[in-house]
Design a binder for this molecule. Structure first.
Ligand SMILES: Cc1cc2nc3c(=O)[nH]c(=O)nc-3n(C[C@H](O)[C@H](O)[C@H](O)COP(=O)(O)OP(=O)(O)OC[C@H]3O[C@@H](n4cnc5c(N)ncnc54)[C@H](O)[C@@H]3O)c2cc1C
Ligand code: SF4
Length: 488
């Protein structure tokens, strides 16, 4: 265990972010780790409580409690405290093939379930994880690890997000020959063309892809088996199993008057093209600029926050983020006890930046949009928004109604729709005659991951709907196990 009295002696401490004024001038990562001695002290805070919900990865009320990868958290915390970083890496890689991704972008359900967090701030599990893996890269501990043997069977993985990468990693280790086909021009899925560079540097993604290549996985970009019938038939004949890790990329639309005006975009299209511009140092015709514009982001989740932060870096004039739900409380409610996911108000990086630059939190709660209004050139010039009220209806359903007379019109030059996703794109399921579940995801049971078509499997957001990187990695791991049983 860490230090028996560590949680009493040391306070939780996280690395510092670069100042807002400095970091909004670029797209680089801005979160710094503590010094080595300070991080070791943080490892000492784990009390090896004997009931490590932090690593349980169970669902309570539909939300993850504890690490979905079952990371061996008390063990690696202890090894951080003992400054045995090689062994800490070994323990971490037993359950998580890509800690450099989760150590940066995971919302850390482990920390909501940490026993120390019952009455004081949780152990800094996520930061300890990142410290172990970043140190391993810096010290050159992390090397390609070739599979011990190869069998004759071949698997095609379609889609190269965290689910596809994780599935490929484990299949490769089982000895299969793995070919990954990605429709984009770069590998990584939303790790590459979704999550902005300031949260996850694209060099961190590329660095891992290089290791996977050295380990024997083949990657092919600009390939889409669902669009090209000849190529699809070739893949279906050539491989012993096919995994669709194609994500849940169909964005939720807003069907209101003015939706088709110039200046109304889906959030991921906006974020993707901004990253492409950064990587190519070239603006193509799809690039969307918020420079000197009044920006309206619709959706209060992570994607919306990424849009706020990106539009600030592009030099927007103002930014508002509409959220239809109520504001979360500052403290856990009695109805949301430990070790459940902590449903409290968080001020994420985008909001922190807007607060400092524009003097207020960009989030406006209980607000919805009624209409987008055009100038005489077909461009959006304003939006009519309205307040809503949440209540429980007669059937017990929590729902909302618009508050009459609460409309206001705000000046808007760009709207970014970040209202979540509605499952798989139809052309993918149609091209392979795949059954969908009632949420529009490719239908397959957890643990089996088999679709209705012989030898076709699915995992990640494509199967569970838009989720988290940590769940995508878990699904990839479990799908690889199921395929191994199928092909064995
Ligand atoms: C803007 C944004 C920010 C996010 N931030 C976070 C965060 O901070 N933390 C977190 O944990 N999660 C975050 N998420 C969610 C997380 O990124 C996803 O849950 C995760 O990437 C899902 O992984 P996946 O591999 O299933 O799918 P994806 O990452 O979506 O990858 C699917 C891949 O399949 C490819 N593909 C699709 N169809 C085909 C085809 N027919 N042929 C070939 N290739 C195809 C796509 O191009 C894509 O590359 C965020 C999501 C978004 C949109
Ligand atoms: S992957 Fe996420 S949930 Fe698991 S230990 Fe790391 S930060 Fe916690």
């Amino acid at each position: 265990m860490g230090k028996p009295t560590g949680f009493l002696e040391f306070e939780r401490k996280l690395g510092k972010n670069d100042s807002v004024t400095e970091r909004v001038t670029h797209y680089n990562e801005f979160h710094n780790l503590l010094s080595k001695d300070e991080q070791i002290e943080q490892g000492a805070r784990c009390m090896d409580c004997g009931i490590p919900f932090c690593q349980s990865g169970i669902l309570i009320k539909g939300m993850a409690s504890g690490c979905p990868l079952n990371n061996l958290i008390p063990e690696f915390n202890d090894l951080v405290y003992k400054n045995n970083l090689n062994l800490a890496l070994d323990r971490l890689l037993k359950t998580n093939p890509f800690p450099e991704f989760t150590g940066r972008v995971c919302p850390a359900p482990c920390e909501s379930a940490c026993t120390v967090s019952i009455n004081s701030p949780a152990v800094s599990i996520k930061e300890n994880e990142r410290f172990i893996i970043d140190n391993a890269y810096e010290e050159g501990f992390l090397k390609a690890d070739d599979p011990k043997y190869r069998n004759e069977k071949k698997v095609a993985v379609i889609g190269s997000g965290p689910a596809g990468l994780s599935c490929s990693y484990y299949l490769n280790r089982y000895g299969y020959s793995v070919d990954v086909y990605e429709r984009e021009d770069r590998i990584g899925g939303l790790l590459m063309y979704g999550i902005p560079n300031m949260k996850l540097d694209k060099e961190v993604v590329d660095r891992r892809i290089e290791i996977l290549k050295e380990e024997g996985i083949n990657f092919f970009t600009n390939y889409d088996i669902c669009l090209d019938e000849d190529f699809r038939n070739e893949v279906l004949n050539k491989y012993d199993a096919i995994v669709l890790a194609t994500g849940a990329t169909k964005p939720r639309n807003l069907n209101i008057p003015g939706r088709n005006l110039n200046g109304v975009y889906f959030a991921v299209d906006y974020l993707k093209e901004n990253t492409r511009y950064l990587l190519n140092n070239l603006k193509n015709e799809k690039f969307i600029s918020c420079k000197d514009k009044n920006v309206l982001v619709i959706g209060g989740g992570d994607t919306g926050t990424d849009c706020v932060a990106t539009s600030i870096r592009q030099g927007c004039k103002s930014v508002i983020q509409l959220e239809i739900t109520n504001q979360l409380p500052n403290e856990r409610l009695e109805s949301n006890p430990w070790p459940e996911w902590n449903r409290t108000l968080k001020v994420d990086y985008g909001q922190e930046e807007a607060l400092e630059i524009f003097g207020e939190d960009p989030r406006k709660y209980c607000k919805s949009v009624k209409e987008f209004i055009s100038d005489d050139m077909g461009n959006i010039k304003s939006a009519k928004i309205i307040k809503v009220q949440w209540y429980t209806d007669k059937s017990g359903r929590f729902t909302f109604k618009e508050i009459e007379g609460s409309e206001e019109v705000i000046e808007v030059d760009i709207v970014l729709l970040a209202m979540g996703f509605l499952g798989t794109e139809e052309y993918i399921s149609n091209s392979l005659n795949l059954n969908l579940d009632d949420r529009g995801n490719i239908k397959a049971k957890y643990k089996s991951f088999k679709t209705n078509k012989e030898k076709i499997f699915t995992c990640g957001d494509a199967r569970r709907g838009q989720s988290l990187v940590v769940w995508a990695i878990r699904e990839g791991l479990e799908a690889a196990k199921s395929i191994n049983e199928y092909l064995d």
